[in-house]
Ligand binder design. Structure first.
Ligand code: FUL
Length: 500
């Protein structure tokens, strides 16, 4: 066994030869080594599923679509809701083509108008001319989604500017709970429920009975994730630009959070390495300037959307991208085009891993089954490289550098994006990491989490050895996947920068 040291990391050549020849077990030991202890807090099954969706589609639709507004007054005449050719299958087809597996519809926005015929109010589709007053958008939405194998989620605004009960705590909470029960019992499985913390500055005072709401949701739906500013399953990222902090922990202290509290947005944006709750963040943003469709607005450019992707999905979050149906009840062609372009660009960049076929080695290996070759397989969660546990000295864990290295089989590597993924099923760990190409530092970051994407600031790099060095972590790092990719738009951006 030859030991080689560089940049704080020593590599065992023995492991190199094992990974080079694709032997997955250390020859003298045939028993598998047990996985390392998980580091609390851990995600739930539903949170892990949610995280893997990466992009979720939001659909803002309602009376505002027809009044050209963002926040309805609650005084709208239900008769204005008359989409001429509503077709939820077109929404689902759009989502499907964009590789999206969950769509969330605004069943009721702040204006109080219900897209389903709630029996607790007449301020709904029942009072509109659409489908002769016999329509149910939620039903059509859920059916269309399910026929394409897409999951459904619902948004039910707590702030209600129409209902006379709003402001009377008990009465309104009963009304709200009654509507929750309708939505969560009549439409099959619901995978995410969105409790929006927004409320106008001069709105009537109102105490929401969140504990009862959340408990009712849990009782009625077993695989649901509850979103609110403060979770309990998914937290808000703290802004509506779709940007997570460049440090972004899925962990946070829920006791420091409250719903509708503007002073916690920075904390929400970065999370907390000492957080006792696993509460990953969702980055909500609209494909257009507004949440609702407006004739005068157009979708964001591809470069903007891709930037949002890097700053949300690429920072350990899920992107909740709003694509609002228009007054005909269809998603506009321009939005479909923007979304399709985004998907095909993401596919172009990430479907090729330039590290495939390279040899890999690591500073150490936990044992059988935890070799560095796991970072190049198709699994991004449960097969991972695990180093040996850190040495404990005088009761303290000594944080050691852990490195993993990718070496080009022949020729060189040329890329401008690095993807790193942690095995978050065992807890988010990495606090600080660097990326080197042929011993030159090319990217530096803090958290990794489910997925971390680095667009290399200097642009395209070429070399034959890529090293990821973990400088600090909450426990030994567990890396499930690494990718080296080429983003043509980033290359063009860097080129333009150097010209101007
Ligand atoms: C906000 C709301 O006020 C907006 O209208 C939109 O629904 C957005 C997703 O959340 O808080």
């Amino acid at each position: 066994m030859i030991q080689y040291s560089h940049l704080g990391c020593s590599f065992l050549y023995l492991l190199t030869s094992i990974s080079l020849f694709g032997i997955s077990a250390i020859a003298w030991n045939k028993e598998s080594t047990p996985p390392p202890l998980p580091l609390l807090p851990l995600p739930t099954y539903s949170q892990l599923k949610w995280q893997q969706r990466e992009i979720i589609m939001f659909l803002h639709f309602g009376v505002n679509t027809f009044t050209d507004s963002e926040w309805g007054t609650g005084q709208e005449d239900p008769k204005i809701f008359r989409p001429t050719s509503l077709n939820a299958s077109q929404w689902a087809a759009t989502a499907k083509a964009a590789g999206i597996s969950l769509m969330i519809l605004t069943a009721k926005h702040h204006d109080g108008f219900c897209l389903w015929p709630s029996k607790y109010t007449d301020h709904s589709v029942r009072s509109s001319p659409w489908r002769g007053g016999g329509g149910d958008v939620v039903k059509e939405f859920v059916a269309a989604a399910s026929s394409r194998g897409i999951d459904a989620g619902l948004y039910l605004s707590p702030w209600d500017r129409h209902d006379r009960r709003y402001g009377r705590d008990l009465e309104y909470n009963e009304y709200y709970l009654a509507q929750l029960q309708e939505l969560l019992t009549k439409y099959g499985g619901v995978r995410e429920i969105w409790f929006d913390g927004a409320k106008g500055a001069n709105a009537t005072n109102m105490t929401y009975y969140f504990d009862e709401w959340f408990a009712m949701v849990r009782e009625l739906q077993s695989s649901i994730n509850i979103f609110s500013d403060a979770g309990p399953d998914v937290r808000w990222i703290g802004n509506e630009n779709g940007f997570a902090g460049s440090t972004c922990w899925a962990t946070i202290n829920r006791t420091s959070l409250s719903i509708g509290n503007a002073s916690i947005v920075d904390y929400l944006n970065t999370g907390d390495p000492r957080g006792t709750d696993y509460l990953p963040a969702e980055c909500d943003v609209s494909i257009r300037p507004g949440w609702f469709w407006h004739k005068s607005q157009s979708p964001k450019k591809l470069t903007q959307l891709l930037d949002i992707y890097y700053k949300s999905v690429g920072r350990n979050c899920v992107l909740l991208l709003n694509v609002p149906p228009n007054t005909t009840g269809l998603i506009s062609q321009s939005d479909i085009h923007a979304l399709t372009q985004l998907r095909s660009t993401i596919d172009t960049i990430f479907s090729v891993n330039l590290a495939a076929g390279c040899s890999v080695r690591a500073s150490s290996q936990r044992g059988v089954g935890f070799g560095p070759e796991n970072i190049l397989d198709g699994d991004h969660l449960w097969t991972y490289w695990a180093p040996k546990e850190d040495v404990r000295g005088s009761g303290q864990r000594r944080n050691q550098d852990h490195c993993i290295e990718i070496r080009a089989a022949r020729g060189g590597l040329r890329f401008n994006v690095v993807r790193i993924q942690e095995a978050v099923g065992l807890g988010q760990r990495i606090k600080r990491h660097d990326v080197y190409v042929d011993e030159k530092l090319v990217a530096r970051g803090t958290t990794v989490g489910y997925k971390r994407l680095h667009r290399i600031e200097a642009g395209e790099v070429q070399g034959s050895v890529v090293r990821i060095r973990v400088l600090d972590s909450r426990a030994v790092p567990l890396i499930s996947s690494v990718g080296l990719h080429f983003d043509p738009l980033w290359a063009a951006h860097i080129k333009n920068q150097s010209v101007t």
